[in-house]
Design a protein around this ligand. Structure first.
Ligand code: SAM
Ligand code: SF4
Ligand code: SF4
Length: 365
């Protein structure tokens, strides 16, 4: 199959709002136009990955000659930490490192060490688990609190068809074990469910992880980006996933850990743990969305489905002070009105609907 080049790098940029001369200090109470606070910052630290999951980085697009970002285009660790500090002052309580595959970024432990030194922050990372068995202890020693590991099936045939690079399940399982042994727990395990591809793996995954202390979460296949050929028929609604599990292992709903938690939680009635479902397609949670995303080269996205981001890197590299950065970030969040999942049908039916959207591997999950 020939490669289609649809570079994921966002060459456009929304303006960074003008910085008022009298911008006061951050108060931790920044609210957007719908009254939502900023609480959760996701930082993509590389746009590269050693997998080619068909729903995220299909080989037909992300082939051998794909123009990934060059080193000088990436935010440096120092730049990332500066931005992180500004966000924490504005109320961010949790930072998740993601990508691409974040464990491919060289010296990621050094970045973790610097972020972990910021007081009052929960620091987590999402990984495909391929390098976790080797790195779990160093990540923990650097100050990482928890990891989320993506795993879409327990049998090699299904998993390898989905990661599309022949990566075996056993090595991801070894990574999960190493993470738990290192104390990066509870380990969360994310399974993207695609109807017709891996729904037969749902119950085997439950049987494997029930009672392990890990938290298995089922994610509806989403229409992120424009390269995965998404169609609604391939979405298995979370309600069906819950029904399927409940028939073998009775479940009961439990309260969220905190307001705005994205995963809906269910507990096994026999007391052997819990699962979560993330229903991004069938049950929009925009009303409580407190997330913001920083791309690998320093663009800030106020929604996973944003068409373009705000270029903080240019601001950083033109000598902006921390106060300037803080005011810029505040202006961007205050102007945020995103609610794509609530209006998905109408948004995609519009004649002027964008034909190209930012890819998951670029913006981070
Ligand atoms: N490479 C790491 C990994 O796979 O965990 C981190 C980045 S990945 C983009 C983050 C998360 O997004 C993963 O759990 C992945 O399964 C999920 N993801 C990617 N594309 C998706 C899609 N189209 N729908 C739902 N989840 C998706
Ligand atoms: Fe890579 Fe993660 Fe995307 Fe899979 S989901 S291709 S592991 S970035
Ligand atoms: Fe948040 Fe955008 Fe997702 Fe809605 S669609 S939950 S605003 S990221």
């Amino acid at each position: 199959m020939s490669e289609r080049f649809i570079p994921i790098v966002d060459r456009r940029a929304n303006p960074v709002p003008p910085i008022p001369a009298d911008a006061g200090p951050a108060t931790g109470n920044l609210a957007d136009v719908r009254g939502r606070r900023v609480r959760d910052l996701r930082i993509s630290i590389t746009d590269r990955c050693n997998f080619r999951c068909t729903y995220c980085m299909p080989k037909t697009v992300f082939g051998r000659n794909y123009p990934f970002l060059q080193r000088q285009e990436l935010l440096s660790f120092e730049e990332i930490v500066r931005i992180a500090r500004v966000f924490v002052a504005h109320g961010v309580e949790k930072i998740r490192l993601t990508g691409g595959e974040p464990l491919l970024r060289r010296y990621v432990e050094n970045l973790i060490e610097q972020l972990a030194a910021i007081p009052g922050l929960e620091l987590t990372l999402t990984t495909n688990g391929s390098l976790l068995a080797r790195k779990a202890r160093d990540l923990k020693a650097a100050g990482l609190h928890r990891v989320t590991v993506s795993l879409d099936a327990l049998d090699d045939a299904t998993f390898q068809a989905m990661n599309d690079v022949g990566f075996p399940v056993g090595q991801v399982l070894a990574g999960i074990d190493a993470a738990a042994a290192a104390g990066l727990s509870p380990v969360k395990i994310n399974m993207v469910v695609k109807r017709g591809t891996n729904e037969s793996s749902i119950l085997p995954m439950v049987r494997r992880f029930k009672g392990s202390g890990h938290i298995l979460r089922f994610i509806e296949y989403m229409d992120v980006g424009s390269s995965n050929g998404w169609c609604l028929d391939e979405v298995l609604p979370s309600a069906e996933v819950v029904r399927m599990i409940d028939a073998e292992f009775p479940l009961e709903p439990i309260d969220p850990n905190y307001p705005g938690e994205v995963a809906e939680r269910w507990r096994f009635r026999d007391g052997s743990g819990e699962i979560g479902v993330i229903s991004s397609v069938t049950q929009a949670f925009c009303a409580t969305c407190t997330r913001i995303r920083l791309s690998t080269e320093g663009k800030l996205y106020t929604c996973l489905f944003a068409e373009s981001g705000h270029d903080l890197r240019t601001l950083l590299r033109s000598g902006a002070s921390d106060a300037d950065l803080s005011a810029a970030v505040a202006g961007i969040w205050r102007g945020r009105a995103d609610r794509y999942s609530e209006i998905r049908a109408a948004a995609t039916a519009r004649p002027d609907a964008p034909t190209r959207r930012i890819e998951m591997s670029y913006i981070g999950g």
